[in-house]
Design a protein around this ligand. Structure first.
Ligand code: ADP
Ligand code: MG
Length: 484
């Protein structure tokens, strides 16, 4: 039988770009010594009260707007009650859908294998992260640095039909969070965590009717995009097997966890054992009216995101899909590129130089583009010197490599080393003559139709001048000589 797969994601992403936590003045930081970024309120000391961080709300609202969600009139927070050592208060401050989270009913257009797809967003809400626990053989250690870090949870409708679509969506969101300066969105730092919901149904049935949907399995806490892909594919296979042996349809809705090591999902609990979180509005956090003027200001601050930049690079600048994709992969690279163009360099040349040499260099040495010595202005200067014909492209490349290696401005290198292109008629003509003396049969071959001899002869001139001759002039003299 043919099956359709329905996948819905719950994507958690820490808002890493605020100075402090969401309800306390403790630092929002990563990699600090354990239990140093903490205030009494993060430890739930009696008598302490949460104070909402305006910057975190602003970033959460921006995320809500980027997803075309509706924002609530009033902001409320609720307590989700459960006990776990990483949650000293005995509850997590979050937003359930009642009364209204920071964003509802949106959508996102994303690209998957060069095709545009749309996923509906059920909601996005702002909550606090829990502490982190490390388990050793005889002890477990708790680090409260993470307790209270602002966290966004985004819930999609089950609109993905394959692991590839789900991962493409996650990659788009990661990029959007980075572009909007909401989060570094780094899975290696544990900033992104996903719950993956998977079900299958007969392909012939109408998927717009939820009654036809299969029973979903929720896979908790998948911490990498590769994990999301593998967990989905594993579940699809497992569920098809259940369907074929006739047990799928009687299965209870269940929660499983992804086991990275074995590459399998492992049963945790059935829906009937679901925890009752006893949600209620947190009485310590006032209900806040969101000022429409403030919302408008935030909306105006949303930067142009990767997807739109890419469209512009392809449509207005004529770049290939491949190059445009590389240039928007990181916001800093895209900004570097755009700044370079702003000095008057053509978008195509700037693209060629950045994608070939600059990106090659940063990938090779695992750098960020903001780490390198060569600024967009320096690159633009170099490209302009080249385009004036003062230096050859081979020379320009060498200068750029040296500049990256020696932390020295390209124009300085050109000046100090006295680099210039041989663009002087007599000098070039002299060398062209030498080349003809050394290749006496060239003229004959040319006359008998072997026209690619021209390229060979230009190559000889370039070789003799160690790349310093102006190739266009060399070509012209060679052709004149051959026609003589
Ligand atoms: P729950 O009440 O179990 O939390 P929700 O309706 O809130 O379930 O949905 C949680 C997630 O599960 C959402 O991302 C949603 O898209 C997804 N989901 C719901 N039903 C299905 C299904 N039949 N197959 C796959 N995903 C589903
Ligand atoms: Mg839910």
């Amino acid at each position: 039988m043919e099956y359709k797969v329905l996948i819905g994601l719950e994507m958690h992403c820490e808002i890493s770009k605020t100075n402090t936590k969401v309800f306390s003045s403790a630092k929002n930081g990563y990699n600090n010594a354990p239990n140093t970024n903490i205030r009494p309120v993060d430890m739930a000391f009696p008598g302490t009260l949460p104070v909402l961080n305006k910057e975190a709300v602003k970033k959460a609202l921006m995320a809500s707007m980027m997803l075309s969600c509706t924002q609530p009139e009033y902001l409320c927070f609720e307590r989700k009650n459960y006990y776990y050592p990483d949650l000293p208060k005995g509850y997590q401050i979050t937003q359930e859908t009642k009364p209204a989270p920071i964003g509802m009913y949106g959508k996102l257009v994303y690209e998957c294998k060069d095709e545009l797809k749309t996923v509906r967003i059920n909601n996005i809400h702002l909550e606090e992260d829990a502490a982190s626990t490390d388990h050793y053989t005889s002890v477990s250690k708790i680090d409260y640095n993470r307790a209270g870090v602002p966290l966004l949870e985004l819930v999609t409708e089950p609109d993905f039909r394959s692991a590839e679509e789900a991962v493409a969506f996650l990659e788009t969101m990661r990029s959007n969070y980075q572009y909007a300066d909401i989060s570094e969105a780094d899975s290696k730092k544990g900033q992104i965590r996903c719950d993956v919901n998977v079900s299958i149904m007969e392909a012939s049935l109408d998927e717009s009717n939820p009654e036809n949907w299969g029973t979903k399995v929720e896979v908790k806490n998948v911490n990498s995009f590769g994990g999301v892909r593998d967990a989905i594919n594993y579940e699809i296979k497992r569920q098809i097997e259940l369907k074929e042996n006739g047990t799928y349809d009687s299965m209870e809705q269940q929660t499983r966890r992804w086991d990275e090591e074995s590459g399998t999902t492992i049963y945790m609990r059935d829906k009937v054992d679901a925890i009752d979180y006893k949600y209620f509005i947190d009485p310590n956090i006032p209900k806040l009216k969101l000022d429409p003027l403030w919302l408008e200001e935030i909306r105006k601050e949303i930067p142009v995101l990767a997807f739109e930049r890419k469209q512009k690079y392809m449509q207005e600048y004529g770049l290939s899909n491949y190059d445009a994709t590389n240039l928007v992969k990181e916001k800093e690279i895209s900004e570097y590129y755009e700044e370079c163009i702003s000095y008057g360099v053509s978008p195509k040349s700037a693209c060629n130089w950045i994608t070939s040499i600059i990106l090659g260099h940063i990938n090779k040495y695992e750098l960020k583009i903001t780490d390198i010595f060569v600024t967009p202005k320096m690159l633009a200067d170099l490209i302009q010197v080249l385009e004036k014909g003062d230096i050859s492209s081979k020379q320009a490349k060498e200068v750029l490599y040296d500049s990256l290696k020696e932390d020295k401005e390209p124009l300085k290198i050109i000046e100090e080393k006295g680099i210039r292109q041989i663009g002087n008629d007599e000098e070039i003509l002299k060398i062209v003559k030498e080349v003809f003396v050394e290749n006496k049969e060239a003229k004959e071959q040319y006359k008998s139709g072997k026209t690619n001899i021209v390229d060979f002869l230009v190559g000889q001139v370039m070789k003799k001048t160690r790349g310093k001759a102006n190739p266009a002039m060399a070509m012209q003299f060679i052709k004149e000589e051959l026609e003589r």
